[in-house]
Design a binder for this molecule. Structure first.
Ligand code: ATP
Length: 254
């Protein structure tokens, strides 16, 4: 599903948190959002998820203005893994992931064996099947994060929005979740702080002070000058002989 923002502005108490933001994410593309703390990544994801409805500009999902879509239509199409996601205290892991199926259930379409299979697959994808019967409050931060991602996967969305999904994860789960996300045949918008991880996205958008200041293939837009100006760091690109590509090496803060 193609996702687009057109000249979106978002203001809170007179502060412009998003300023004339336009982007189009192609169907099936993995689009990385990067930028310093407070640059507007989370705010933009919330707008793209339909949780914020901008008065200036518009958001389109598969060519339809999101403003005209009903909440359950958005919930069927778009899954959002937020940074500070809700707690699911009284639930077992499998029940928490099953919540991802909610938008598809109705009296005419009750829970079925297919829903069970989708939940099991989502748990397997994030390596949480062995903990499927555990209570939410007994999970570690990284395990909770993987449950949130599994719940989004169980939604089988056309677009998946992720806000720093690898935050609490150990390195093995960071790499496996990112590989999984890249391989999904859905549109993905993912906010990342790790710029090396962002290098694996199809394209990235760089946010700075509420504006999208650059969009394009990672190696084209993450220039050393951009790293200095937007991120305030001095860095170099080094050749990685094993993978035959360049990796970032950060030297110091400016
Ligand atoms: N309700 C609010 N009222 C005032 N300012 C807000 C509000 N919500 C967010 N902001 C500010 O808007 C800016 C953008 O916030 P946002 O969370 O989108 O940034 P971010 O790029 O996701 O940051 P981070 O990398 O730290 O997660 C920040 O300066 C934040 O303090």
């Amino acid at each position: 599903m193609r996702l687009a923002a057109e000249h979106v502005e978002w203001r809170v108490h007179g502060h412009r948190l998003l300023d004339d933001v336009s982007l189009t994410v192609a169907s099936g593309e993995t689009f990385g959002l990067v930028g310093p703390n407070g640059s507007g990544k989370t705010t933009l994801l919330r707008v793209l998820a339909g949780l914020r409805r901008p008065k200036v500009g518009r958001v389109l999902a598969a060519g339809r203005p999101m403003r005209a879509m009903k909440p359950h239509e958005i919930a069927r199409a778009i899954a959002f893994v937020e940074q500070q996601a809700d707690t699911l205290d009284r639930l077992e892991v499998r029940q928490a992931v099953a919540l991802g199926r909610t938008p598809f259930l109705s009296p005419l379409r009750p829970w079925s064996a297919r829903d069970d299979a989708i939940v099991t697959q989502a748990l397997t994808d994030v390596d949480m099947l062995p903990l499927a019967d555990r209570l939410w409050h007994t999970l570690s931060g990284g395990e909770r994060q993987r449950v949130h991602i599994a719940r989004a996967l169980a939604q089988q969305p056309s677009a998946l929005l992720l806000d720093e999904p690898t935050n609490h994860l150990d390195i093995r789960h960071q790499l496996s979740i990112l590989r999984l996300v890249r391989q999904l045949p859905v549109t993905v918008v993912i906010a990342l702080h790790d710029l090396d991880q962002a290098m694996d996205c199809d394209r990235i958008g760089i946010m700075d002070g509420g504006r999208l200041v650059a969009i394009g293939p990672p190696r084209e837009v993450l220039t050393l000058d951009r790293l200095r100006r937007t991120f305030g760091v001095h860095a170099d690109f080094l050749d990685d002989a094993v993978e035959g590509r360049q990796v970032l090496r950060f030297r110091h803060a400016l």
